[in-house]
Design a protein around this ligand. Structure first.
Ligand code: NDP
Length: 256
């Protein structure tokens, strides 16, 4: 947790004594972020619903010399959220970083939207993130240090047709995170909003609307790799403690 100097001569915060919870660690950006934080020295707590994927990732992190703990978690279940926080503090005694990354993107025009899809996006992308942030805050306040990284999206800043439900959740993430930043920044707790552009992951594979799928298939859009976002999260979390990177929009070069 102390600052160290990099080969560039610039100060950087060490993650060596940090404990980091990463939600949505079973694939995509969460998986890459957990690996990157572990490689940077943090002990990582891997949370998502798919246990096999989490255990495979934990084995890989540990065989690379890192420390990982799997806690199967559905972020829409308040009991799971409390258990994730309790298990982490029981096991390690602290929580330094929370990466709220779990998300779903069920794009469809509102007139054809399933209400269950709208509900799921709100419950995973927004309410889950809010509840988990709420659950870790007392621990971070007691420690007098902590960092909440919320994975939003460029869709948290730009609304588009057929994206209304997803847009609403990500605009919500941005507003929630900035308000919480103002509440806790004087207690030495940092918050970061990460707003990725297009990243090559499983995220669009859950879309069922034929028209939206066709539109996506026709779009020739450059994409980032999950590692590119993981690197941004490592950047934000390794800044010296007096530096709060409040917001980062990370687009693929070439995406308008
Ligand atoms: P993935 O589909 O690869 O990952 C989504 C993750 O969320 C999975 O690990 C999944 O795990 C988890 N998840 C979904 N529902 C739940 C739940 N109820 N409880 C716990 N975990 C859950 O997509 P990405 O890596 O792309 O998405 C990660 C984040 O990045 C999301 O918030 C997304 O909105 C955001 N993002 C992605 C972009 C992209 O282009 N890919 C662009 C901008 C933002 P499991 O199913 O095992 O529970």
């Amino acid at each position: 947790m102390s600052d160290e100097t990099t080969s560039t001569g610039l100060a950087q915060r060490s993650l060596d004594d940090d404990v980091a919870i990463v939600t949505g660690a079973s694939s995509g950006i969460g998986e890459a972020t957990a690996e990157a934080l572990a490689a940077a020295g943090a002990t990582v707590v891997l949370a998502a619903r798919r246990l096999d994927e989490l255990e495979t990732l934990a084995d890989r992190i540990e065989s690379d010399g890192g420390d990982a703990l799997v806690v199967q978690t559905d972020v829409t279940e308040e009991d799971d959220i409390d258990e994730l926080v309790e298990t982490t503090t029981d096991e390690f005694g602290r929580i330094d970083i929370l990466v709220n990354n779990a998300g779903v993107m069920l794009l469809e025009p509102l007139e054809r939207a399933e209400r269950s899809n709208l509900r799921q996006m709100v419950e995973v992308n927004l309410l889950g993130l809010m509840n988990l942030t709420h659950a870790v805050l007392p621990t971070m306040q007691e420690q007098g240090t902590g960092h909440v990284v919320n994975v939003s999206s460029v869709a948290g800043r730009r609304a588009r047709a057929n994206v209304s439900g997803y847009n609403a959740t990500k605009f919500g993430v941005n507003a929630f995170t900035e308000a919480v930043r103002q509440e806790v920044t004087t207690e030495n707790i940092r918050t970061t909003i990460i707003e990725p552009g297009a990243v090559e992951t499983e995220l669009p594979t859950h879309i069922t609307d034929e028209q939206v799928l066709e539109q996506l298939a026709e779009m020739e859009m450059p994409t980032l790799a999950p590692d590119d976002i993981a690197r941004s999260i490592v950047y934000a979390t390794t800044q010296p403690e007096h530096v709060n990177v409040a917001e980062l929009m990370v687009m693929p070069t070439g995406q308008e």
